[in-house]
Design a protein around this ligand. Sequence first.
Ligand SMILES: NC(=O)c1ccc[n+]([C@@H]2O[C@H](COP(=O)([O-])OP(=O)(O)OC[C@H]3O[C@@H](n4cnc5c(N)ncnc54)[C@H](O)[C@@H]3O)[C@@H](O)[C@H]2O)c1
Length: 325
Amino acid sequence: MTGGCGFIGSNFIRYILEHYKPTYVTNVDALTYAGNVANLDGVAGEFGERYEFFNADIANADQIDALMTEHQFFAVVNFAAESHVDRSINSPQNFIHTNVIGTSVLLENARRHGVQRFVQISTDEVYGSLGPEGKFTEQSPLEPSSPYSASKAGADLLALAYRTTFAQEVIVTRCSNNYGPYQFPEKLIPLMIIKAMRDEPLPVYGDGLNVRDWIHVEDHCAGVIAALFEGKPGMVYNFGGASEMPNLEVVKLILDRLGKSHSLISFVTDRLGHDRRYAIDSSFAQRELGWKPLHDFREGLEATIDWYLNNQRWWQPLLERTGRY
Ligand SMILES: NC(=O)c1ccc[n+]([C@@H]2O[C@H](COP(=O)([O-])OP(=O)(O)OC[C@H]3O[C@@H](n4cnc5c(N)ncnc54)[C@H](O)[C@@H]3O)[C@@H](O)[C@H]2O)c1
């Protein structure tokens, strides 16, 4: 799997090693600003021979070729990505490099080396924005709004084309917004928790009424594993948490949990091309994969806030190392 030093990838490695018995998991990660080896503290010790780290850029064809020559992988699960929408607005090239070229290098090498399955981890953002009604299904048109979501949509189409052209066993999963431990503190929930803990203003885009469908990262990991083993090649599976909420309400829940005043909220100029609402219809994945989200959003959010409160030793060095959040 790739991108295992990031937020979802590191949760996925723990999840698959704890709940399943893969012979081994090789984690390919370039350790960008979002990649943090501390996300996997204890994993090498606990799962020794079953876990291996390979520091490489997925777009480096020579390194990926060498790795796949050395191993006979059953599957590639591609989490590696540039993942932050704001950064894609400022510097789209990195997003094309990793999300499009990186995915194409993985697909091509997986095909040439006879890797059986390829799971491309994607996002509901490829569908664009919803009005007040309706939900995204797997049949919704791709209408990405940002360079991030456009690069993910490009990667999805490349992956699905490998199914049609080469009969590669490709599966695409599209998930809504994740929350949980080890999320880099530039994303909404950890950013707001840390700012609130430090009594700093909490910057909320526009009117704060943009709606996201929150899913606990463990529910996403369970969905990816179901898609990996039970998914039908060439299919797309949507995962959502059935927990729609406006950003402003999420921020207020965080402030309430931390006993801080709502006066810390500071409305700032809206993000360019900011999608108004996402909502996922995951009934196809539930029916076909026997998967469903198990976490209640309010309880999961409280546990996540507590995790950030209790793990300052994890996020403090990140803020110092990256110089921003
Ligand atoms: N976070 C969400 O809410 C969410 C929702 C739906 C889908 N996704 C998708 O899930 C995946 C993981 O997201 P995340 O939030 O964990 O991201 P993240 O930014 O926390 O982690 C990305 C990881 O990929 C690595 N990486 C980046 N470029 C690389 C490259 N060229 N080669 C190798 N490794 C590279 C980074 O070092 C990092 O460890 C992404 O594909 C993202 O599009 C995320």
